[in-house]
Design a protein around this ligand. Structure first.
Ligand SMILES: NC(=O)c1ccc[n+]([C@@H]2O[C@H](COP(=O)([O-])OP(=O)(O)OC[C@H]3O[C@@H](n4cnc5c(N)ncnc54)[C@H](O)[C@@H]3O)[C@@H](O)[C@H]2O)c1
Ligand SMILES: CC(C)[C@H](C(=O)O)[C@@H](O)C(=O)O
Ligand SMILES: [Mg+2]
Length: 354
């Protein structure tokens, strides 16, 4: 078998962590007996530098020819005031691919319990973030002078019933597969979009009699994720809530650097977008000390969700966990290892995992 992967390194630590992930993917391919063709393209600030636009046409064409897309990170202070920002390039990429279910798992790896600020760290869970709706894409949005000559800015949140149904279906199916409750997070005590979200998810629950459905308001969910994270084995939420809560879970497990993600549209193997949840980390970019595990974990999700190779995904995840329990730690986890040290430990463990 052969797979085509579009690699979009982006900005800051993006190129460092994607280089690590590419090496690991090639190694898994050679051990598991498949081939990967990696082709790179620009996105974000680096694309602005090269062509004036954060999501150039050549990048769009490449991602649509690929079986999977691996992205590093975009953004940085240099482009914060550019008329079209690197972050808009990422939103255009997600929209162009039409992938709406962003799975953001969290887990405290054995040996990393002390990295968590919690006395009783969570075992594992997943935030299922809706990725193509809400405030990120709703119109009208803009800024300007009101009739009373006061300057204002505005965004609009919109969710249609089909948009809510398709993300809820992914959540119900995941909860069913795991045999755990589904937690639906909203702000239905205030927001119209959340009221529709809660009504729609509640109506769908009849189709999944084996799944118990729990509703939580997002503010209470933020507290409960800290005090009782194990109640959140599968949680679904709208775009902005998912952005915030998934970084919160990154804090719970000790570092954003280990957090992976996959964005998909269905359960069967299909095109997917794989990106660590962290950003371009301008504070440590270029030092060779970024944690590559978020990007490497995203490759494991690619093996499962785009290539349909769950055994290879398990083997890679095991290699990562063995590398961590062997003691290799980048500075975000309290150690002194470099990106390369950590990557080499995973590569060495991979030899024993197949
Ligand atoms: N998906 C993306 O491309 C993405 C995600 C989030 C933020 N951003 C962008 O990144 C830029 C910086 O944003 P920010 O500073 O708020 O968030 P960030 O995630 O880049 O960094 C937050 C903190 O986490 C640390 N960190 C993040 N990833 C790490 C890793 N792999 N290893 C070690 N430490 C890591 C950073 O050093 C920093 O201290 C902004 O332009 C923002 O818009 C992009
Ligand atoms: C950079 C930004 C557009 C992005 C988001 O908000 O989705 C990031 O924070 C993320 O979590 O992937
Ligand atoms: Mg984010």
């Amino acid at each position: 078998m052969g797979y085509k992967v579009a690699v979009l390194p982006g900005d800051g630590i993006g190129p460092e962590v994607t280089a690590a992930a590419e090496t690991v993917l090639q190694k898994v391919a050679s051990l598991a007996g498949f081939t990967v063709e990696l082709e790179r393209a620009e996105i974000g600030g680096s694309a602005i530098e090269a062509s004036g636009h954060p999501f150039p046409r050549a990048t769009e064409e490449l991602v649509h020819r690929a079986d999977a897309v691996l992205l590093g990170a975009v953004g940085g202070p240099r482009w914060a005031n550019h008329p079209v920002t690197p972050e808009q390039g990422l939103l255009l990429l997600r929209e162009s691919l039409g992938l709406f279910a962003n799975l953001r798992p969290f887990e405290v790896f054995a040996g990393l319990e002390s990295a968590s600020p919690l006395k009783r760290p969570p075992s594992r869970g997943v935030i299922v973030r809706e990725l193509l709706g809400g405030l990120y894409y709703g119109t009208p949005r803009g800024r300007g002078l009101r009739a009373d000559r006061v300057f204002e800015a505005y965004d609009t949140s919109r969710y249609s019933v089909p948009e809510i149904e398709r993300i809820a279906r992914i959540g119900f199916q995941l909860a069913e597969r795991e045999g755990v409750p589904l937690v639906s997070v909203d702000k239905a005590n205030v927001l119209e979009t959340s009221k529709l979200w809660r009504e729609t998810v509640t109506r769908m629950a009849d189709e999944y009699p084996g799944v118990s459905l729990v509703h939580r308001y997002v503010d209470a969910a933020a507290a409960e994720l800290v005090t009782a994270p194990d109640r959140y084995r599968v949680a679904i939420c709208e775009n902005l809530f998912g952005d915030i809560l998934s970084d919160l879970t990154g804090g719970l497990v000790g570092s954003l650097g280990v957090m992976a993600s996959a964005t998909v549209r269905q359960f069967d193997p299909d095109l997917g977008l794989y990106e660590p949840i962290h950003g371009s980390a301008p504070d440590i970019a270029g030092q060779g000390i970024s944690n590559p595990l978020g990007a490497i974990g995203s490759v494991a999700m690619m093996l499962e969700w785009s290539f349909g190779l769950p055994d290879a995904a398990v083997a890679l995840n095991q290699a990562v966990r063995r590398a961590v329990s062997g003691g290799v730690r980048t500075p975000d986890l309290g150690g002194q290892a470099t990106t390369q040290d950590m990557t080499e430990s995973v590569l060495a463990e991979l030899e024993h995992a197949f």
